[in-house]
Design a binder for this molecule. Sequence first.
Ligand SMILES: [Zn+2]
Length: 402
Amino acid sequence: MPTLTYLGIEVLRLPFIRATSLGHEVLHNWWGNGVYPDYALGNWSEGLTTFMADYAYKEREGPEAAREMRRGWLRDFAALAPGQDSPLTTFTSRTHGATQIVGYNKAAMVFLMLRDLLGRDMFDRGLHAFWREQRFRIASWADLQRAFETVSGRDLHFFFDQWLKRAGAPTVHLAEAKHSNSDSGNVMAVTVEQGTPEYRLRVPIAIQTDSGEEFRTLDLESARQTFTLNLRGRPLEVILDPDLRIFRRLRPDEAPPILRQVMVDRTTVTVLLAESGEARDAAQMLAMKLQNRAPKLVVADKLPEAPSVVIGLKDQVDAWLAKHQLPGRPEIVDGKGSAQAWTVSRADGITLAVVSARDAASLAAVTRPLPHYGRQSYVIFDGAKVVGRGSWPTRAQAVKVQ
Ligand SMILES: [Zn+2]
């Protein structure tokens, strides 16, 4: 039944569905059930539907809401362990968290970058052409590429190739910025680096000057490139991709850890601080629910050499953190609720998820809810009820101008 998408009445009753999934499912009448994806070559329909429904809602709400959605996508991607993602051409449907992060979110951001590259008008014309040519047919990413190339008259081979056939994401690094004066005024040389394989990227930067902010877009193609810019004011600081418009792997200081990255990492080990009794049983059950597998237990007296879930009662947790010279309980969770969970970045780059509870019953109470809060950096529970949560603040990549 082309163009027909069902949503069960039980689902439709849920309070948030009408503002989120309903629009997404309606749009599938076009993308997925009007033009059918060629699954063998990658399912493009979830990314396009996410971009034109879920993300469009956020854009309608305002630039801040849209940026927060992009930030969430990039942060989720940064929380994937290396090797957990795969190229978009291999995505068929959502089977676990990592496939959503790539098949839905990365793909949606690919459409955003394409729209930034072509302009909104050209992008819309490309989509209209795709619909006219492909409706009620099976179409692939290559057909999308051809539609956008035909209307824009541009060769988009490099764009689709790098974003669809490669796993992972580029890493972009602002290396340095130097100011000099010339006859024409203020000149700045800014050097940008990227990892391998190299991508062709349009990198937005913001430049803080003594007479306000200026914006430029740099066409980055190689591993290290220096761009010379003429500016109106005297430059003070350069900020990389301030609006988070390119799909890239955020650096650890740009994306502080969230609970999920410890939960999904296959190398994660578990430290249970209670040695026996009810607290031990509750901790073990929680460790299993968090990781969706039997936890790999390690002893408490050594600091693990892998990402770790650390679970215990309050005094045990505080003593363990102190013994291993790790940062103590963060102020924002301290003394609040009956149980708390938070992430810790160790100096050596390894991430911990710490769960601390007042007693065994408080630990048991979070077994069911805590796995649903993987996108947070910290969560505070009173019994099974969440009374506080959030993520550690992100920091934009910036460099002072010499
Ligand atoms: Zn969908």
